[in-house]
Design a binder for this molecule. Structure first.
Ligand code: URA
Length: 258
């Protein structure tokens, strides 16, 4: 037996209209529950077991779990609730019948791919340190990332934890100099500061891991975006702040990796 809900709420949650709209539909005799025409909006239905039909069409044959791909913008915390900050859950379609949560955390200032679900078992497996699910990040650093850093990342770096990080994969995409105004007001000279764009793939999910790994190499991450997690890739044309259900293929690939 699932959780019983009012018929009008169930219909509204299934997208049949507002609570007022669906009450009218019920009064007009357009709704059937288990084959019987019903007239009471307050009737309790069990969404998992009762067959609710509107105009002969079955509604809300409910998926066991939901899986959403979110392009997280900066400024949102990876939590389900927060008294002061905006949370990533605010960007996901409301579904009061589910306990959705983000799978892992991205920092408030980090953008990119975040999986949101109510499938605790899958989340647990994706986050398990034993599974070593790949995560690829795009980052802009202050400080020049040099080819020797590729080797250091491959060997694992000391970020102040008991253990070195697992070997990661670093790719340098671009490096350029920025002219900074000199600290001295009188002088017209300026000094160059280096910036690099990189891709970094890691297999763990330690706290602030990418930022700490780059810090260990003497660079500061000034922009960070997660591009992929396991088989899930942030689509190029998927705008920041958007959220959509995983496709069947994405979900199958994610489950296959279990
Ligand atoms: N590493 C970080 O430092 N921050 C993130 O948000 C994700 C990975």
């Amino acid at each position: 037996m699932g959780k019983a809900v009012r018929l009008d709420k169930f219909l509204a949650d299934s997208g049949a209209g507002t609570r007022t709209d669906v009450k009218k539909l019920i009064q007009k005799g357009m709704v059937q529950v288990n084959g019987e025409k019903v007239k009471k909006p307050e009737l309790k239905v069990d969404p998992e077991n009762d067959v609710v039909e509107l105009g002969g069409e079955r509604l809300g044959a409910r998926a066991e779990f939901m899986y959403y791909l979110l392009h997280k913008p900066a400024g949102y915390v990876s939590a389900t609730e927060d008294t002061r900050e905006k949370t990533v859950l605010e960007l996901v379609p409301k579904d009061s019948r589910r306990n959705l949560f983000p799978v892992g955390r991205l920092d408030k200032d980090t953008e990119g791919l975040l999986l949101i679900t109510d499938d605790g078992q899958l989340a647990h497996q994706l986050l398990s340190p034993k599974k070593h699910v790949d995560k690829t990040y795009f980052a802009v650093t202050e400080g020049k990332v040099v080819p020797e850093d590729i080797e250091k990342i491959r060997e694992g770096v000391d970020i102040g934890d008991e253990e070195l990080t697992l070997p990661g994969k670093l790719e340098i995409l671009k490096t350029w100099g920025v002219q900074m105004p000199s600290a001295s007001v009188k002088s017209t000279e300026s000094e160059a500061k280096w910036r690099s764009e990189i891709l970094l793939t890691i297999h763990e999910g330690r706290f602030h891991q990418v930022k700490r790994m780059m810090e260990a190499l003497g660079k500061t991450v000034i922009y960070l975006k997660r591009m992929s997690m396991g088989p899930l890739v942030l689509p190029e044309d998927f705008p920041k702040g958007q959220c959509r259900e995983l496709t069947k293929e994405e979900l199958a690939a994610l489950k296959e990796g279990r």
